[in-house]
Write a protein of this length. Structure first.
Lengths: 535, 339
């Protein structure tokens, strides 16, 4: 009798579970397929304002919703998008005239013209959180004719061309943003791009093709962008076929490797964009013990990048011995010295270390970035193997928000960080790390080098940085190389690896490719005809 | 004083103390956030933004004021029901909470209901033969599920049912290709109200894994609690008296044992639902469930003071309210309870 009551409850429970299974379709392996494309990425999108955008996901989304003035091709050429032709630079280099495309409309129907472009640019200069990248270079933005915009500069600037490809300068409709001239508009975006935004939440966005788009219309019927909060979810969503495209720099190394192998086996597609993110170690040069250059140089020589790349990322993060990604320095430049433990030992011995007196360096890594921890552990093990009696690393994991807050206070002797330039130009990498407004000898007291936590500068470095932006062609390349040689000699930064944006998709999608700025070309994606999907 | 009077006085005392508790919690959160390293202005503008821009934003957000002034502003807002605006995107905190809280509540309530059904069924099933195989299995289930690490179980189930078998979605709350149903924010309820079967199916499919995982982890508590309390009840004098009056064992269990055994379980359920509202973080992170716990974690990482403060205060208020409600319910149901 008693067991009857129990088994009755159990059978009801089983019946309920079965009913739920039928309703949800569990067990059928059913994944809804539509002619839309689902793209997954890590991290939610908190603001759609191009004047504030900084995360990879946001910039990728904005690249589908808006058009920059120019785009960078995979070969590194500047090609007009909303501009009608290449920029015309005056003889003195202080005036840039940009002819604009006609017949372009914003998603709200407003006409795109020089006034609209000037509105967006002025807005960015006034409130843009990345306006510091423009510095004081732009003196005035003028719109003398509807299809001609003029930039008056304070000084000639070669790197400005690269800046004009930035998604942050994507024009926005002056009508839609009239009430947001001096403040951010977070949950809407009204641009000129191939897609318009029809639904926005921080975890999910819906994009529909823009019917009045001036260019070639998207090849798919719309995009659904979702953000998932962890690497395993992203990995699983692509593997299970739940999403069509996975775009994320934050996939864990093991999963990235597994996806890479899947792609090599033909189970998935993989596209790699131009590497734009560098991983590096900053050494504090203004305090004991690393104010001594030879100790910093010894640390630089103790790092075996190839081994670290293999151990941490299965070789997917390419070893880097330059602060500028090779795609921007016209080739694979290796400025920093390679792994050389015997030279490191000599330097340390000269400095009075080794033979029972090792130099102990606290190395801080971002505890919320798995690759950083692996790098720290691998480097520590390398030093233990190669230089145990001379050098020792003490590891300390700190949450990244805290690191960035305390970096400029000189709180870390050695800290691992990464950097992605805001626009494709060497200046976007060198200036934020090396520029110094006020310095004494080799110590930078105020400026980007101080904010970056190295506090390192060198006589003539600032002048060299400024003059490099006035040069072009081989002269500029030579100047940049000499700047990097100076930085390598100072060894306040140790470049470690290069991270390329990578995307994976189901094999039924084509074509999967990045543009020269590292944005996936979502409007080109379409389901293969064999799947019977109409576009 | 009559029992009802005592109960009312007890309720008034508990509810009267609630504002004091909330004030203490709000103050603690306010101070802890200011002590923690990290600058919200850096989070919004980036650490490399010009000092002028940083100062302007600091002034606009009121962060240039002295700490006591900031605290007074915060308390003043709180008293007027104004939780402030998020620093990162200036969205009112009230809107953030009203968007994310239904997601967490929907998940928690469903998980709790499932946990109760599963846990109580298993706990009850062994009662026919104490120390028998079924009872032993129930005991092991109770201990085992209680001891399982939530994050590990969640990932394991996710890998099995979503990645390997592909039966269920990996994460999220609603199919990305559909528009979420409009209404209360409780998708299950909104789908049923609008008779939208596609939305209902999508919602249920996304709920199964996170709610099922939570239910699995919680159900052991119910199993153990019911097992122990039911056995104690059935050994009680009133159970023996009932048997001696000729009642069948089924009647003894259902009429006398179960109601008495369920009262402590009700208290456990109350405490569990209160802690679940803010405590299902690991589940929300694993399944990318856009609930209040996940939002709280993001706000802490971004040093978004008003959002953290607002969410913590609301969660604390809910915990207080639920625990008072459970106390009152138990008191109303159990005549033995005295105040």
């Amino acid at each position: 009798m008693k067991s009857a009551a129990g088994s009755s409850l159990l059978s009801r429970l089983l019946a309920l579970t079965a009913a739920l299974g039928v309703i949800t379709g569990a067990g059928c392996g059913s994944i809804n397929r539509t002619d839309r494309i689902t793209v997954a990425a890590a991290g939610k999108i908190t603001s759609l304002d191009p004047a504030q955008a900084s995360t990879v996901s946001t910039l990728q989304l904005l690249s589908a919703l808006g058009d920059p003035l120019y785009e960078l091709t995979t070969e590194g050429r500047l090609e007009p998008r909303l501009a009608a032709a290449q920029p015309d630079v005056s003889q003195d280099g202080l005036t840039i005239t940009i002819p604009l495309r006609r017949g372009v409309r914003f998603h709200d129907g407003t006409e795109f013209n020089a006034e609209a472009m000037a509105f967006s640019l002025r807005r960015f200069l006034d409130i843009g959180s990345l306006s510091y990248v423009v510095g004081g270079r732009i003196k005035a933005v003028e719109a003398p004719e509807p299809d001609r915009m003029v930039l008056q500069l304070t000084r000639p600037s070669t790197s400005l061309a690269g800046l004009l490809t930035s998604v942050n300068l994507t024009p926005v409709s002056p009508t839609a943003y009239s009430g947001h001239r001096e403040r951010f508009l977070h949950d809407r975006f009204v641009g000129t791009g191939p897609y318009r935004l029809t639904h926005f939440s921080d975890h999910q966005q819906r994009l529909e093709p823009f019917e009045d788009y001036w260019g070639e219309p998207p090849r798919n019927n719309g995009l659904d962008l979702i953000s998932l909060s962890n690497s395993t979810s992203l990995f699983g969503a692509l593997r299970s076929g739940e999403v069509d495209v996975l775009l994320s720099p934050s996939i864990d190394e093991d999963q990235r490797h597994a996806l890479h192998q899947d792609a090599q086996a033909g189970k998935l597609q993989e596209a790699v964009g131009p590497a734009s993110e560098i991983g590096y170690i900053t050494l504090l040069s203004r305090g004991e013990p690393l104010q001594r250059k030879q100790l910093r140089q010894a640390l630089a020589l103790s790092l075996n990048r190839k081994e670290i790349s293999q151990r941490v990322s299965y070789g997917l993060r390419r070893p880097l011995r330059s602060l500028i990604p090779p795609s921007l320095s016209k080739g694979r430049e290796s400025i920093w010295p390679d792994h050389d433990p015997s030279s490191a030992r000599q330097l340390l011995q000269t400095a009075g270390y080794c033979n029972g007196r090792p130099l102990v360096v606290p190395l801080t890594f971002r505890s919320n970035v798995p690759a950083d921890k692996l790098l720290a552990l691998t480097w520590q093990a390398q030093i233990k193997r190669d230089l145990a009696d001379c050098l020792s690393l003490e590891l300390d994991g700190v949450e990244s928000t805290t690191i960035y807050r305390q970096l400029g206070e000189g709180a870390f002797k050695a800290v691992m960080l990464d950097w992605r330039g805001s626009y494709p130009d060497p200046e976007a990498y060198l200036t934020p790390l090396l520029s110094c407004d006020r310095g004494e000898q080799s110590i930078c007291q105020e400026g980007e080098a101080a904010i970056s936590g190295s506090f390192w500068t060198a006589p003539g470095l600032q002048d060299a940085l400024e003059s490099s932006d006035r040069l072009e062609g081989p002269k500029r390349s030579d100047k940049l190389r000499s700047i990097q040689a100076l930085a390598a000699e100072g060894s306040a930064y140790i470049p470690v690896w290069l991270v390329a944006p990578t995307a994976w998709s189901q094999t039924s999608l084509m074509p999967l490719r990045f543009d020269g700025s590292g944005h996936l070309l979502l409007d080109e994606l379409m389901h293969a005809p064999s799947r019977g999907v109409s576009n | 004083m009559s029992r009802t009077g005592a109960l009312l006085r007890y309720s008034a005392t508990r509810l009267g103390l609630a504002p004091l508790m909330l004030w203490l919690i709000a103050t603690l959160v306010f101070l802890l956030l200011r002590v923690a390293p990290g600058d919200p202005v850096d989070a919004v503008l980036g650490s490399r933004a010009p000092a002028v821009a940083k100062a302007a934003m600091r002034a606009r957000l009121g962060l240039d004021k002295t700490l006591p002034d900031q605290y007074l502003d915060y308390l003043r807002g709180l008293l007027h029901g104004d939780l402030g605006q998020g620093l990162i995107n200036q969205e009112p905190v009230r809107d953030i909470i009203s968007r994310t809280l239904p997601a967490s509540l929907e998940l928690s309530v469903l998980a709790l209901a499932l946990a109760a059904v599963i846990g109580l069924s298993i706990g009850f099933s062994g009662i026919a033969r104490p120390e028998g195989k079924l009872d032993l299995a129930g005991r092991l289930y109770g201990l085992g599920t209680y001891a399982l690490p939530p994050f590990w179980v969640a990932m394991l189930l996710q890998l099995l049912f979503a990645v390997s078998l592909g039966w269920l979605p990996v994460g999220g709350r609603f199919p990305p290709s559909l528009m979420p149903p409009e209404g209360t924010g409780f998708y299950l309820l909104d789908s049923i109200r609008s008779l939208d079967m596609t939305a209902l199916k999508g919602t249920l499919r996304h709920l199964v894994l996170p709610a099922g995982t939570l239910a699995l982890l919680l159900s052991g508590t119910f199993t153990t609690a019911l097992r122990l309390n039911l056995r104690r009840s059935l050994r009680g004098d009133y159970a023996e008296a009932a048997r001696s009056r000729g009642l069948s064992e089924r009647q003894v269990v259902l009429r006398h044992g179960l109601p008495n055994a369920l009262l402590p379980v009700l208290t456990i359920a109350g405490i569990t639902v209160a802690s679940l509202i803010g405590g299902a973080l690991l589940i929300e992170v694993t399944f990318s469930w856009p609930g209040i716990a996940l939002r709280l974690q993001e706000a802490i990482n971004q040093r978004d003071y008003p959002v953290v403060q607002g969410i913590v205060v609301v969660i604390a208020a809910l915990v207080v309210l639920v625990s008072v409600a459970v106390d009152l319910l138990v008191a109303a149901l159990d005549p033995r309870v005295r105040y």
